[in-house]
Design a protein around this ligand. Structure first.
Ligand code: SF4
Length: 478
């Protein structure tokens, strides 16, 4: 098996048999469910663009492991150029799908594991890096997508994992056997878990001595026995389900809570088991790399928002209104700052002992903090330009109704040259870009909370050099 086409990717998911619940019902056919299919289509774009002559050179690269072409979503970076390419691909895809395409977190896990398993083996003479490399080959050879099982549900935040009344709120090892381990727990906000062939589980936080059972990392197919995906609500989800009033006709994001109810993992798929001091590294590498990723995809999403705002100016007859042009400019500079920060994090990347290249974490986290505030501001500006119908446009079914439809079309017309249907479609798109909760809330909490971003910046910044600079200027010689 080599690189998959988008059609082959969708057929490969069709062969899987995951356990799924949504809206109180068991879903037997994931691929043809309209809500889930819109999410799968978004990930499908990562396969589709890899096939396209225009974008193949950016998305497909060479694997030094298999000596074959590989999609970059399955290749831990081996150079600064690889780090930069990732941001560019994410911007391209963000602009194409206008929402989350869900394939990045798997790469974030591959990167965190490629760095950390090497370090653990050096310290303990374990076999994790060889196992990880075998798994990476499996991902590359099959062109699979992986999902990141990182965020535990966490229970009482005052208590450490081992002190919780129900220890299952942090995923942990419940049994060690000759052939593998059994784990139990739940991972939440699992972006695209059903668009993925594999789930890679990492610890959710730093751990202490005595918390060895929570120090576990592994990979299992997403339809493994005992794994239950419960698809979460998103603000516009039933529109996809009933095929009406969809702002983005093709793509969407969904994020299940994934319960691992006594799941068996063979040793060959275990990449950490008990070495608690490496949990912090895995989380730090995963989250910093994911924050670099956001700078690309969210800049691409703002590109869609700018396009929608400019189109509404045309449809409303406000292209020449100077404060609208200023607002569009303010949207553009926000996208470019996010993008620039993520590119800078990549250009400042460095080689780790395992050979994997890693981004500058301070710049990556600066990009993510910026995103948390500035995506909201870009959204506000887009809505400001578009007008109030973003809030309460009548349904497509009313526009099609023989009694009220013609009246609605008469009163919702903008400039004469634009068909009213186009104006309605653009209002719907703007509503989706602004209010698809599964995606917009990731602007704030994706890759960890804003407090976690700040913590990383303070910890990783070379503050000592800054103090030295200030003291030198003040003539203090201590
Ligand atoms: Fe990728 Fe995260 Fe952006 Fe989704 S939100 S496209 S997973 S970086």
């Amino acid at each position: 098996m080599g690189l998959m086409t988008k059609a082959e990717y969708i057929e490969s998911l069709r062969r899987m048999k995951p356990t799924v619940y949504m809206f109180g019902e068991k879903i037997e056919n994931v691929v043809d469910n309209p809500r889930l299919r819109a999410g799968i289509e978004a990930t499908g774009a990562t396969y589709e663009l890899a096939e396209s002559p225009e974008h193949r050179d950016l998305i497909v690269t060479h694997s030094t492991l298999t000596d074959k072409p590989v999609n970059r979503f399955n290749k831990p970076p081996e150079s600064v150029a690889d780090l930069v390419a990732r941001v560019k691909i994410n911007r391209l895809l963000g602009r194409r799908v206008g929402t989350c395409f869900q394939r990045c977190t798997g790469l974030d896990c591959l990167v965190a594991l490629s760095v950390t398993t090497y370090d653990i083996d050096r310290k303990y003479d374990t076999q994790y890096h060889r196992r990880f490399t075998d798994f990476l080959k499996h991902m590359q050879k099959n062109d699979f997508t992986a999902n990141a099982g990182v965020t535990d549900v966490k229970g009482d935040r005052n208590l450490s994992p081992k002190d919780q009344a129900d220890k299952d709120v942090y995923l942990h090892v419940v049994e060690k056997r000759d052939d593998g381990i059994v784990v139990r727990g739940a991972k939440c906000h699992q972006t695209g878990s059903l668009s993925a062939h594999e789930i890679i589980v990492l610890p959710t936080r730093a751990l202490r001595k005595g918390e060895e059972e929570f120090a576990v990392a592994f990979a299992v197919p997403s339809d493994t026995a005992g794994i239950i995906h419960v698809v979460g609500r998103s603000s516009l989800d039933t529109r996809e389900q009933d095929g009406c009033d969809c702002g983005n006709q093709r793509y969407s994001k969904y994020a299940p809570t994934v319960i691992l109810d006594n799941v068996f993992v063979p040793w060959e798929r275990v990449f950490l088991c008990g070495e608690w001091e490496f949990a912090a590294d895995l989380v730090a590498y995963f989250s910093a790399f994911h924050r670099q990723s956001h700078g690309g995809c969210k800049a691409g999403k703002i590109d869609c928002m700018v396009g929608a705002a400019l189109t509404m100016m045309e449809y409303n007859g406000t292209q020449k209104v100077s404060h609208h042009k200023e607002k569009v400019t303010d949207m553009i500079h926000r996208a470019e700052t996010l993008y620039g920060c993520s590119l800078a994090a990549s250009y400042e990347g460095r080689r780790m002992p395992s050979g994997t290249y890693f981004i500058d974490p301070v710049l990556a986290n600066a990009s993510k903090i910026h995103e948390g505030k500035e995506m909201a501001e870009a959204t506000r500006l887009m809505i400001d330009i578009a007008g109030g119908f973003v809030a309460d446009l009548p349904s497509d079914r009313d526009f099609d109704h023989p009694a009220v439809g013609p009246l609605l079309k008469k009163y919702l017309k903008g400039v004469e040259a634009t068909p009213v249907e186009n104006r309605v479609r653009m209002f719907r798109l703007i509503e989706k870009l602004a209010m698809e909760s599964a995606d917009t809330i990731s602007d704030i909490h994706g890759g960890g909370s804003p407090a976690a971003h700040r913590l990383t910046i303070f910890r990783e910044s070379n503050n000592e050099a800054k103090v030295t600079a200030a003291k030198r200027l003040a003539g203090i010689d201590e």
